[in-house]
Design a protein around this ligand. Structure first.
Ligand code: FAD
Ligand code: NAP
Ligand code: SF4
Length: 675
């Protein structure tokens, strides 16, 4: 008996039965544009199919040139392309799963001069303004959607998902925000929804009745000028009548300034939106956003918030999510921590998507973990992200591994990260590694400071040094003053920090420390109601777009905080592409004063003396928290090198500059594959 009865209840769609209630949601991975992308996508999707997902949706493919995100990329409009996709559909079917092609028309989000939309209104996140379509142009788009669906069927897909949310093309016609037309495609609500309905009817006519048609409906636009709830319901009903099989939930336009999937968003924070639509239509509803564990998914379904749950990034983190849940092995799931660092941030910066906690994601054909030719005795020093990944991978390959750490718990700096409000998910990575170390019988020696002599005496065959970093102590006059606190102590014991605080260093850790020190009550990441209020989302879903006329009410900060850096660029500029704006917005709303171009003069009883724009200033603070970057901790590595012992050096110990857990885990894994 599965511990998740609702999750594993089959879903009958009439012409096909899905084995469980899990949809792997669409993710653009970047494989779509590679020369060898089809074979790599086949490996990627097949691994998830093997892992038990009932139904999956590909990343977006474009029905024509004007709809493409980037000019000429990812267009799916002919039989030759359909033939190339056969390798994907065959691979998924061979594993017993089903797959739909997502048809994505980006409209005014297209980054090229051929972009088209309802009206020629440029998006705030794009420098290209779209061309306004005339009647003939609109007819062409509809025909291209239908043709693309036919090609998907030809390619062996089990269905299509028509992307109608997130502020893309169809959403641009639906919402009065950017549809300013006065013809039969704009103005009244009936006219604005004519295009999505026509697209669905024509797609259905093209593919026949026994083909899945999912429509991703924007149920909460999170922008002014979005749909009202009554409009959402009316459109949902008409989509059902037009031939949709499943309605998927879309939350928030890309240009919305409210976080919808980042780690500070509470788990399942938006399923109440889908829940409100339950009963209004008779086709199954899929809910989504920040569902990352089987417990959360089960609770959502058990509450009746939806008929099915969509998870996307959790399948980058762990392709075997479903089978592990089904077999009661949820504690073995590598949980997506919603950091976006290797998935969305990679895509937004033109790199292939992967996953911070699973560097094999989207590299399935390159990162094979073969059993070792001979089992060796391996020592890994440092039980933090780099060392834990190295130990688990080495043990998986058959080596006998001992993992050491001086601390009395695994995790290294991750133990600090998880204390930051909004980063509670980081605990899951520690839980995952703890379980994997146990499963693979890694000998864990905590509270053990390792020296080169120890390692020599024990005669290990292979050594991986993952000893991390030490915080940098900047050469500021008065750095030894009692007002100065390192970030490690500030995070471990924030209550000791006074009312007025200056933070030296506005990198990732400076921002996190500011977040911690400006939080009063419990984190909004753990309380959906508080999260909705804090970001100004209408809790009764009556406001247009969910936000019009609603005021954000963030918790006031209990401290007065200055966040400082020497560089003259905007503080936070180097934070994650998809999350930096959230951190900056949160701190600004709590009154944090960010200063760039700061010269630190000295610290004394009066506070921190700085010079900004040539003007001396005194920040009269109780404490100065030092977050000035880090230096590699190579003491052990150097001692081993002196003795001529060959070791692998990974993570922060290898290179502290621009270190993050993504690089640490990837380096640790790689080093273990080489033993
Ligand atoms: P470390 O985490 O530095 O750990 C090294 C370990 O080695 C320690 O446990 C130490 O006790 C042990 N050790 C050292 N010498 C010895 C010895 N001689 N014998 C035995 N044990 C030894 N990264 C992200 O990617 N995303 C984030 O959002 C993020 N947020 C962060 C927030 C905070 C507040 C902090 C502090 C860090 C954050 N990081 C984040 C950074 C991330 O935690 C680090 O990049 C990662 O922990 C580096 O891993 P590591 O394995 O190289 O070493
Ligand atoms: P960091 O991002 O490199 O920032 C270090 C800060 O210290 C910078 O603001 C730098 O700015 C300042 N600094 C450097 N040398 C200094 C000196 N001698 N005197 C005074 N100030 C100095 O490093 P971090 O904040 O320690 O973070 C470490 C790593 O953890 C980061 O690289 C990051 O990838 C990771 N992390 C990631 C996240 C995330 O959300 N993704 C969160 C936390 C940490 P100036 O030189 O301009 O003063
Ligand atoms: Fe999840 Fe982070 Fe991996 Fe993306 S990189 S899938 S957000 S854990």
């Amino acid at each position: 008996m599965t511990p998740y009865p609702h999750l594993f209840r089959p879903l009958d769609l009439g012409f096909v039965e899905l084995p469980n209630r899990v949809l792997m949601g669409s993710m653009h991975t970047g494989l779509e544009e590679l020369a060898d992308g089809h074979a790599r996508m086949a490996a990627f999707y097949a691994e998830r199919a093997r892992g038990g997902v009932g139904l999956m949706v590909t990343g977006g493919f474009f029905p024509n040139r004007e709809s493409a995100g980037f000019d000429g990329e990812g267009v799916f409009d002919n039989a030759a392309e359909a033939e190339r996709h056969r390798v994907i559909t065959d691979a998924v079917h061979a594993e017993g799963s089903r797959i739909c092609l997502q048809i994505l028309h980006t409209g005014r989000y297209a980054y090229h001069e051929h972009a088209v939309s309802a009206s020629p209104i440029r998006s705030p996140i794009n420098r290209h303004a779209p061309h306004e379509l005339d009647d003939t142009g609109i007819e062409k788009q509809i025909a291209d959607f239908a043709h693309c669906a036919r090609m998907a069927r030809l390619a062996g897909y089990d269905g299509v998902e028509i992307m109608g949310s997130e502020g893309y093309f169809l959403n641009q016609f639906i919402a009065q925000r950017v549809n300013k037309r006065t013809d039969r495609w704009g103005g009244s609500f009936e006219n604005r929804i004519r295009l999505p309905l026509e697209v669905v009817r024509r797609v259905r006519a093209e593919v026949g009745d026994d083909f899945i048609v999912i429509f991703r409906l924007s149920m909460l636009d999170l922008v002014e000028g979005g749909s009202t709830w009554d409009e959402v319901v009316a459109l949902a009903k008409q989509l059902e009548a037009a031939g949709v099989t499943l309605l998927n939930t879309g939350i928030g336009w890309h240009e919305a300034r409210i976080p919808t999937i980042a780690t500070m968003v509470p788990r399942a924070a938006f399923t109440r939106v889908t829940a409100k639509l339950m009963g209004a239509v008779s086709i199954p509803l899929i809910t989504t956003n920040r569902i990352n564990t089987p417990e959360t998914a089960e609770a959502v379904l058990a509450r009746g918030d939806a008929d099915m749950v969509s998870m996307a990034r959790p399948f980058l983190a762990d392709p075997a999510f479903v089978v592990k849940a089904h077999e009661g092995r949820a504690d073995e799931i590598n949980t997506c921590i919603a950091c976006n660092q290797a998935c969305l941030d990679h895509i937004f910066t033109g790199r292939l998507a992967s996953c911070l906690v699973n560097p094999r994601a989207c590299h399935e054909t390159e990162w094979a973990s073969e059993p070792a030719e001979a089992s060796r005795r391996a020592a890994v020093v440092g039980a933090a992200p780099a060392g834990m990944a190295a130990a688990v991978t080495a043990a998986e390959r058959g080596h006998r591994v001992t993992l050491f750490d001086a601390a009395d718990a695994i995790g290294g700096q991750f133990n600090l990260a998880r204390r930051i409000p909004g980063k509670e998910e980081f605990r899951e990575t520690l839980r995952y590694f703890a379980r994997q170390l146990e499963l693979h019988r890694v000998e864990l020696r905590l509270g053990h400071w390792v020296t080169a002599v120890d390692l020599v005496e024990h005669g290990f065959d292979a050594v991986i040094v993952a000893t991390g970093i030490t915080p940098r102590v900047p050469p500021i006059e008065g750095i030894d003053h009692p007002k100065c606190v390192g970030y490690v102590d500030a995070i471990r014991d924030p209550v000791r920090i006074g009312h007025r605080v200056a933070i030296v260093g506005a990198g990732g850790i400076g921002f996190d420390v500011a977040e911690l020190l400006t939080h009063a009550g419990p984190a909004t990441s753990l309380d959906p109601d508080a999260f909705w209020s804090s970001w100004g989302i209408d809790r009764v879903l009556e406001a247009r777009g969910g936000v019009e006329g609603v005021e954000a009410t963030p918790e006031p900060s209990p401290r007065e905080v200055w966040l400082l850096q020497r560089k003259t660029e905007k503080p936070g500029k180097r934070l994650g592409k998809s999350t930096g704006w959230i951190h900056r917005t949160e701190l600004v709303r709590r009154g944090v004063k960010m200063l760039a171009g700061v010269n630190y003069d000295r610290i004394d009883d009066a506070g921190l003396h700085v010079t900004v724009d040539g003007q001396p200033r005194l920040l009269e603070v109780d404490h100065v928290v030092i977050c000035a970057g880090q230096e590699p901790n190579r003491e052990l590595f150097d001692a081993l090198s002196t003795r001529g012992i060959e070791t692998a050096l990974v993570g922060g110990a290898h290179e502290a500059a621009e270190l993050d857990a993504k690089r640490a885990i990837a380096e640790g894994t790689r080093a273990a594959l080489d033993i």
